[in-house]
Design a protein around this ligand. Structure first.
Ligand code: SF4
Ligand code: SF4
Length: 379
């Protein structure tokens, strides 16, 4: 059975370190995953430099709690990422923990150096993406601990443990792989699974004390879910959370990719929940902004036939846009043109949501086209 531990945690003001200890207890404690003298790399969600209150990144209290626990054990601790915008250091400074990490003598690592990794030796399945270059820095440590955030995601619906490891691609490679996968969500999901299992963290600890839904992963609404979750299996952890937010797993391409690879943890009956009863962790009304077809269309031929009319798309809130042109800069498909305001070329757009993710003011939103909104109102 794949074990997933759950724990209710009211706020970041409570003793988060003690909460993490309680969370990991049913899994055997942190000592099951690391030992004294280990060089441990922590990979949080550092999507871009934002304040802790925005809920865009893993909360600093969770990061410091894990750093402190590892230090208590006698580990050498490093913390790193390759943010979509800015650097890991810029995110750490924005979160206000630069000095605290220094005091812990935690090493700060930027994932910058592309390196070939022998994926076939690490993966429990035949890799499809044989020319994957991940950040060399990730593999300089004995163990990796993944610290994802519970957030909605424009392209994949949700970002949890598996998706968080996409940040192990160095800088520009993230855009290139988005472009290579194109519009095919299943191909992109397969890529995410391959990256997650190549990096192969020993432990995933999800920060859902305050998470995000709606226009995530950076501009959605922060919500108090009061939840921490942990597992050694990212697929099982993600699957349990999808159950908790009361959405169907079929909505999320990650599970389709994991099912195809026969990975354990996709089916609920393969998961043993530990700690707090999942029924007590339920999150209602979690808004998922997926760019896939609207949920009510269950008819596949009809969906394909009128996809260009019914697919959700990126809508620009013109009054919010500050004309910074960052979206144009980061669009991997060069689908954004700036002419006294931004325009998205729908035929070039691969729906990767990088622009929506990195817009500093949340001016891009995933929404239904007017036809669907009109039809939805009349149903
Ligand atoms: S990144 Fe956002 S604010 Fe900047 S130009 Fe694009 S839509 Fe406007
Ligand atoms: S316009 Fe936005 S969603 Fe479309 S390809 Fe460019 S970055 Fe991706």
């Amino acid at each position: 059975m794949e074990q997933v531990s759950l724990l209710k945690a009211e706020s970041y003001q409570s003793d988060v370190k003690q909460k993490i200890v309680e969370l990991l207890e049913p899994l055997g404690g942190l000592g099951t995953f690391c030992k004294s003298g280990d060089r441990v790399l922590i990979k949080p969600n550092f999507i871009l430099p934002r304040s802790p209150e925005s809920a865009a990144t893993t909360h600093p209290a969770v990061i410091l709690a894990v750093v402190s626990l590892l230090k208590d054990m006698g580990c050498h601790v490093a913390i790193g990422d390759s943010p979509g915008m800015g650097s890991a250091e810029a995110v750490i400074r924005k979160l206000g923990i630069y000095d605290a990490l220094k005091q812990y003598r935690a090493e700060l690592v930027e994932f910058r150096t592309p390196a070939a990794v022998s994926a076939s030796q690490r993966l429990p399945f035949e890799p499809r993406f044989k020319n994957l270059l991940l950040a060399k820095e990730v593999f300089d440590y004995d163990r990796v601990i993944n610290l994802p955030k519970l957030k909605s995601h424009g392209q994949m619906g949700i970002t949890l443990a598996t998706k968080n490891l996409y940040g192990c691609l160095p800088g520009p490679a993230k855009g290139q792989w988005h472009f290579a996968a194109g519009r095919d969500l299943k191909t992109f999901a397969r890529l995410l699974v391959e990256i997650a299992f190549t990096v192969n963290p020993v432990l995933h600890i999800l920060d859902g004390i305050v998470g995000m839904d709606g226009n995530g992963p950076s501009n959605g609404r922060p919500r108090e879910f009061q939840l921490l979750a942990a597992s050694s299996n990212p697929i099982a952890l993600d699957r349990m959370i999808v159950e908790i937010i009361r959405h169907k797993p079929e909505k999320f391409p990650i599970f389709e990719a994991a099912t195809e690879l026969k990975l354990p943890g996709v089916q609920l009956d393969e998961i043993q929940p530990l700690g707090t009863d999942p029924a007590l962790c339920v999150i209602d009304d979690f808004q998922v902004p997926s760019l896939g077809p609207p949920n009510w269309v269950g008819n596949k031929p009809l969906t394909i036939l009128v996809e260009h009319l019914i697919s959700r798309r990126l809508i620009l809130k013109r009054k919010v846009c500050i004309h910074c042109r960052k979206c144009e800069q980061y669009c991997p498909a060069k689908a954004i043109i700036y002419r006294r305001g931004i325009r998205i070329n729908e035929s070039k757009c691969i729906k990767c949501c990088c622009c929506q993710e990195l817009c500093p003011v949340g001016a891009l939103e995933v929404a239904d086209p007017w036809l669907i909104r009109w039809f939805g109102r009349r149903r």
